[in-house]
Design a protein around this ligand. Structure first.
Ligand code: FES
Length: 119
């Protein structure tokens, strides 16, 4: 776990001022929390659902420091200790049931079998 590695570096006396976190939202949430606790400045690169990428549609809305931001135009990198990661997780999973239904329908209709190992 990246949190274990960061903790080990800190415990070993390594001075780390800041970190840039990119990956799954739960990992970014807990890594950010740890880095903040250890006195580091964490920043996270967010990848919410995006449609137009111009700040017009609002799909990529995230709450940072209590303010609405759009990851496509205001980010994607934000100081992460004030990101509302719980809200972000809820928003990014909003369409999971529809995505699953669509994938199953597509596979059934087209006879496609995904080989990527993710489905
Ligand atoms: S993707 Fe539409 S506002 Fe960011």
């Amino acid at each position: 776990m990246v949190t274990d590695a960061i903790q080990a570096l800190h415990d070993g006396g390594k001075k780390i001022n800041a970190g840039f976190i990119i990956g799954p939202i739960p990992m970014m949430k807990f890594t950010s929390r740890l880095m903040d606790k250890l006195g580091m400045e964490p920043h996270a690169s967010l990848n919410p659902i995006m449609l137009d990428g111009t700040g017009m549609c609002g799909c990529c809305r995230v709450t940072v420091d209590g303010q609405v931001k759009f990851a496509c135009v205001d980010g994607p990198m934000f100081p992460s200790k004030t990101i509302d990661f719980d809200e972000l997780m809820r928003r990014t999973s909003e369409y999971k049931p529809l995505e699953k239904e669509s994938l199953e329908k597509y596979q059934h209709e087209k006879g496609h079998v995904c080989k990527c190992g993710l489905h």
